[in-house]
Design a protein around this ligand. Structure first.
Ligand code: B16
Ligand code: MG
Length: 212
């Protein structure tokens, strides 16, 4: 495949903030009397904060929640999550990830982030990854989250490359579906390998250096 840009998902690919999302959502769900497992958490991968809450509420049996109630729950979830993020540092990024980003740029391939998260800039800053990317498209740039292709199309636009020459690396089924909808190549890692939806499955981010 001819690839001119690689677009990386953030949570679950570059950094493992998915465990903090899980802890925060579990606290919110349990307070609402809802059981919340790792399997439930897999459905939230790549999905926006507001859409994640709606998925969790599928199992809710309490009194009807108003718009304000939901807003308060979303704020509380994010407060818990951001508090967890404060413990992140450059040590949370593996050398595989850092070496791969550098190797891609050395080969003249552009690298971008395509994340549904509105906390992307903060996470990149805490982990000292900001300067490793040519562009960042995140939850603050879009109105529709994955599986809609919007965030990946924005990333391609930001690096001025045709979607057909972009490769997306994702840990979420919703993200693989978004990449396919964007007309991009796709590589699945972690949880997304189980559904075999992507063009290729990889064990480690550095594996993409062998296929480009
Ligand atoms: P925030 P990604 C996604 O990030 C997460 O996988 C998903 O669990 C989360 O709900 C979403 O970001 C929004 O995050 O609440 O920080 O705006 O995987 O697309 O990098
Ligand atoms: Mg992800």
């Amino acid at each position: 495949m001819e690839i001119k840009a690689v677009i990386f998902d953030l949570d679950g690919v570059l950094v493992f903030t998915d465990k903090y999302h899980f802890l925060a959502w579990k606290q919110i769900a349990n307070e609402l009397g809802i059981d919340f497992t790792e399997k439930d958490n897999d459905r939230l991968r790549g999905v926006s904060r507001a859409d994640s809450l709606e998925i969790i509420l599928e199992k809710y049996q309490g009194e009807e929640l108003s718009k304000d109630d939901k807003e308060a729950l979303l704020k509380k979830k994010n407060d818990i999550y951001v508090e967890q993020l404060m413990q992140m540092s450059p040590a949370d990024v593996t050398s595989d990830v850092r070496d791969t980003l550098k190797a891609l740029r050395d080969r003249g391939i552009k690298v971008a982030v395509g994340s549904s998260s509105k906390n992307t800039a903060y996470i990149l800053e805490r982990t000292d990854l900001t300067s490793c990317f040519d562009a960042v498209a995140d939850g603050t740039h879009i109105t529709r989250s994955k599986p809609d292709p919007e965030v990946f199309l924005k990333a391609a636009e930001f690096v001025s490359e045709d979607p057909a020459y972009c490769l997306v690396v994702e840990d979420a089924d919703a993200g693989i579906d978004a990449a396919i909808a964007a007309g991009m190549h796709s590589a699945a890692i972690g949880a997304a390998t189980r559904s075999n939806r992507a063009e290729i499955n990889i064990d480690s981010v550095k594996d993409i250096l062998n296929i480009l």
